[in-house]
Design a protein around this ligand. Structure first.
Ligand SMILES: C[S@@+](CC[C@H](N)C(=O)[O-])C[C@H]1O[C@@H](n2cnc3c(N)ncnc32)[C@H](O)[C@@H]1O
Length: 233
């Protein structure tokens, strides 16, 4: 099987570079709140990041990859104040928007990582660390020639699985059925993971509806959730 290093060497990225233009509000929170809440991947010191030091407390850490505009992330953080929520995103305006939600709801359990989650996990997260990893509506890259850019691949799932703590959960959601089918077979083939359900997980009420899910429903596409647990050994 290909490794994440080979994925990197091939120069394949799972995202589109978008404009860095931010609203006045996003710019303001970037200046005032980023130093406490955020870290840029390229500025992290080599080695494992001190998650408890970053959050200012010891608590289970759930990593959300591709937090987008952050409204869903902020709702999840409000629902579970006992959990440390780490949002990884390459799109700065999205992180700025998430900081606005964090400010509005006075959340103290959200931290933000600007950069590619693959590099972050590989280089800065100790194995057996995370209580959960969530990837909701990753970019679908629907054209066949772009499938290699999809975030969820066998080497990436292996990397995710190593970073989960035993009993930790990988939760994926997508509205693209062929991507969902691939996710299911990739995760089912990963020896460190066990499906919590037979096939798809029921849609959990607590997962916020974001614009991607609303649009999928409007366009007649079904959304799939997948929940896998890291084995105890
Ligand atoms: C389709 S959006 C979904 C956003 C959000 N999860 C939601 O449901 O509203 C996917 C997001 O993943 C981000 N993304 C893609 N690859 C990434 C990576 N390797 N690391 C961090 N973020 C990534 C993109 O910038 C984009 O904002």
């Amino acid at each position: 099987m290909e490794t994440v290093d080979q994925v990197r060497q091939a120069g394949v990225s799972s995202y589109i570079r978008r404009s860095v233009r931010m609203t006045v509000g996003q710019q303001r929170v970037w200046e005032t709140n980023w130093p406490q809440l955020g870290r840029k991947l390229e500025e992290l010191p080599a080695g494992e990041v001190d998650l408890a030091g970053w959050f200012g407390r010891e608590a289970p850490v759930v990593l959300e990859i591709g937090s987008g505009m952050g409204e869903g992330t902020s709702q999840l953080a409000r629902q579970a104040p006992e959990v440390n929520h780490l949002a990884a995103e390459v799109y700065p305006a999205g992180l700025g928007q998430l900081m606005l939600w964090v400010e509005k709801y006075e959340l103290d359990n959200v931290r933000l990582l600007h950069g590619d989650a693959l590099d972050f996990l590989r280089d800065h997260v100790r194995p057996d660390t995370l209580a959960g990893v969530r990837v909701f509506f990753p970019d679908p890259w629907p054209k066949k020639r772009h499938h290699k850019r999809r975030l969820i691949t066998a080497p990436f799932v292996k990397l995710l699985a190593t970073r989960l703590q035993p009993g930790g959960r990988l939760h994926l959601a997508t509205d693209w059925q062929d991507y969902a089918d691939d996710m299911l077979s990739i995760c089912a083939a990963e020896p460190l993971l066990t499906n919590e359900y037979e096939g798809w997980a029921p849609r959990p009420d607590w997962r916020p509806v974001t614009k991607f899910e609303s649009r999928a429903h409007a366009e007649g596409r079904h959304c799939r959730d997948l929940m896998f647990t890291k084995s105890a050994t």
